[in-house]
Ligand binder design. Sequence first.
Ligand SMILES: [Zn+2]
Ligand SMILES: [Zn+2]
Ligand SMILES: [Zn+2]
Length: 288
Amino acid sequence: MDLATREANELLLKGKEALESAGNMKREAAEITNPTTESHVDSLLKGQTHTGEHVLQIIREAIDTKKSGAKVERVRKARNQKVILKCSTKEDMEAIQNKMRSRKEIKVEAAKAANPLLIMKGVMAYHKDADIIENVLAQNKHLVKDINLKEVTIRVRYRKRARNQLQCHPVLELSPSVHKRFLEAGKLYIDLQKVAVYDQSPLVQCAKCLGFGHTKAVCGEKTATCSYCADKTHEWEKCPRRKQNEEPKCKNCWENGIKTEANHEAFSNKCKVRQKWDEIARSRIAYC
Ligand SMILES: [Zn+2]
Ligand SMILES: [Zn+2]
Ligand SMILES: [Zn+2]
């Protein structure tokens, strides 16, 4: 093995270990790589305190694994008494869904892939969400002439703050066909502006602990971590290392053993850990 190959292998191994130790990323990845093999099971017994545990019991009885030999890979409880089942193959899932459909008290449906997101840069902040949608549809009709807009999803999912306080960056959730057209156009008319649009990752990164998959509103950490230098005694605004132009240090790369490549901020696109999470988050999305 020559030196270059060995170095490449070492790098791969390092990356792999880092990713495996990044929380429960591996488990998460397995869960969502193929949304078509997941089922959502909802309780329809209204007016009763029907917990996820009850729903699980109903599922057990309906599937009757001992008799049917049905193969479930994993089951997990979600919010609102919802239970999510994962099978290895589509066939397994369909067989199990059919069994459960006989039970009137639960609703079974295939887990859907999520819609893609699009960010509009620098839209005047005084627009209401409804106005943004109305304008986008009315002023950019030429891009979606052949698409039946009555059948598509288009809504403002949230807004990102812009440096200019009079502006914001609305993030739109769109049906894949519309998302593709808007992205190809690169710019959209909105009121008296023409603004640049980009694909927006569905990845959520916590502004407090810099972890992935949750926001700071539900973060379990007590103290915030500096996204510039990974220190816990201050935040980005007051970072002394940033002010002295020292190299940044990414908390996620540092803690996951990618120390030689941790010289970026925690929200940077260069971050290897972030890139991996981004890939996982995007695997849930239906792009066309
Ligand atoms: Zn957090
Ligand atoms: Zn700092
Ligand atoms: Zn990093």
